[in-house]
Ligand binder design. Structure first.
Ligand SMILES: [Mn+2]
Length: 438
């Protein structure tokens, strides 16, 4: 197997950091994602829970991670499925209890079948039990059963608080380490290449599905599975924000909007490009495209330490609204239009989101009601768009059915920012040259 970018020592450091935050006398319980049936005996591809993955690097189902912050030091315990030569014939090998110690840096490992037997005693040693309260009904019930068990045991010590784990853990996840940035840079590089291949294939493609195939070919050749169902929307479909059917025919003169990203060691990229199917922007397409691009470039200028998360969005709203007035899609006084949010008819989403192990990654966007300040190590998307619905009566027919979004993945650095997805072309000139084979 290829050497992992995120090393066991980094996972151990994360566990240590979390236990430092929550302090001694605590126990943390995290459950692996469960397998999900697609139909009959067929399962959906398994994807580990991002919080569990962040704390363990362990990507098998049927596991529970227990972190103990005790007076005599911190311990990491993994309950998982033992190695099983018979099952290995069908499913391949598992890490097993030995692997949990040797490859995942655990202090102790136990058979997951012993969970009920051992967990109450581990909880008994703690004042506070941290877990994702309310997120998995069955796990909630299981923890309550263990609590009842302690209540029913003579002289047992009972933890005084059940505390939600998410806030502290997600604060850690918001700031990316060097190794995480490396993984995200690769995910962005591979996705950018996929977008380039889709652009090159578009002039001879007749259906959106063919372009999705180009994306997947690049993803899987680079061992990076998709990070979310891609959007490949030609023509009017580009205006459907969460379009994922990706099976309609591509018509001469369509714009094609592709929103697609992949994962490297669980870390996502999330890139959107919009380009003309035939490699030539029409006048209307170009006018709106240049406007979105101008707002996107200005928004990226707003990504640096000390700026607020919302500053990029504010700049986009100003530029988009002014541009729509200039092009005649909106009428009125600029300030009034902005106050009235008139742009929302054509631009109804925010300019970005945190990016990491989840595509819409965790972390607070506001602190005490104020938009959060950007700090080095945060990664976010910058993705303004314009969507003129095919049946929009507010504008001349020539603008209708044009959907555009341009999205990059941006790392906040000490000096400003780094656009991780910069390899994907986005100027009109670059796109047309690539698609026309120049
Ligand atoms: Mn996005």
């Amino acid at each position: 197997m290829k050497q992992a970018m995120i090393k066991p020592a980094e996972y151990a450091r994360r566990r240590e950091n979390l236990l430092q935050m929550i302090g001694p006398g605590s126990v943390v319980l995290l459950q692996a994602a469960s397998e999900k049936t697609r139909n009959s005996d067929v399962l959906y591809p398994y994807r580990q829970d991002s919080d569990f993955l962040y704390m363990s690097g362990f990507s098998e189902p049927k596991a529970v991670l227990v972190l103990v912050a005790g007076a005599s030091g911190n311990r990491s315990l993994l309950f998982c499925r033992p190695a099983d030569p018979d099952r290995a014939i069908w499913d391949g090998p598992r890490a097993g209890l030995e692997g949990a110690l040797a490859d995942f840096g655990m202090d102790e490992s136990f058979d997951i079948a012993e969970l009920d037997k051992r967990l109450p005693a581990l909880m008994e040693a703690a004042e506070k039990v941290y877990y994702k309260v309310g997120s998995e009904p069955e796990f909630d019930r299981q923890i309550m059963r263990w609590m009842h068990q302690l209540h029913d045991t003579k002289d047992a010590h009972i933890p005084q608080e059940l505390v939600s784990l998410e806030h502290d853990l997600h604060e850690l996840r918001l700031f990316k380490s060097k190794a995480e940035v490396k993984a995200m840079r690769k995910a962005a590089k591979v996705a950018a290449k996929a977008h380039i291949e889709a652009m090159k294939a578009a002039p001879t493609a007749t259906n959106e599905a063919e372009l999705q195939a180009e994306l997947f070919m690049v993803f899987y050749r680079n061992h990076c599975p998709w990070s979310y169902q891609p959007i490949v929307g030609a023509g009017d479909n580009g205006c459907v924000l969460h379009y994922i059917d990706n099976n309609m025919s591509i018509k001469q003169g369509d714009l094609i909007l592709i929103d697609a990203g992949c994962e490297c060691e669980g870390y996502a990229s999330d890139i959107t490009r919009t380009f003309p199917a035939n490699g030539h922007f029409s006048a209307e397409q170009k006018a709106l495209y240049e406007l979105v691009l101008k707002s996107q470039l200005a928004a990226i200028e707003e990504i640096r330490p000390g700026k607020q998360w919302l500053d990029a969005h504010r700049v986009v709203v100003d530029i988009i609204t002014a541009g729509l007035v200039e092009l005649g899609l909106l009428e009125g006084e600029l300030d009034e239009l902005i106050d009235a949010e008139a742009y929302k008819e054509f631009y109804m989403h925010k300019t970005g989101h945190w990016l990491g192990l989840d595509v819409h990654d965790v972390g607070d966007y506001t602190i005490d009601g104020e938009s959060r300040q950007l700090e080095p190590g945060m990664v976010l998307t910058v993705e303004p768009g314009l969507y003129i619905a095919p049946d929009c009566e507010l504008v001349e027919p020539r603008w209708r059915g044009i959907g555009i979004r341009i999205e990059d993945d941006v790392l906040v650095t000490r000096e400003g920012c780094e656009v991780l997805s910069k390899d994907a072309p986005k100027s009109v000139k670059e796109i047309e040259a690539l698609m026309q084979g120049k």
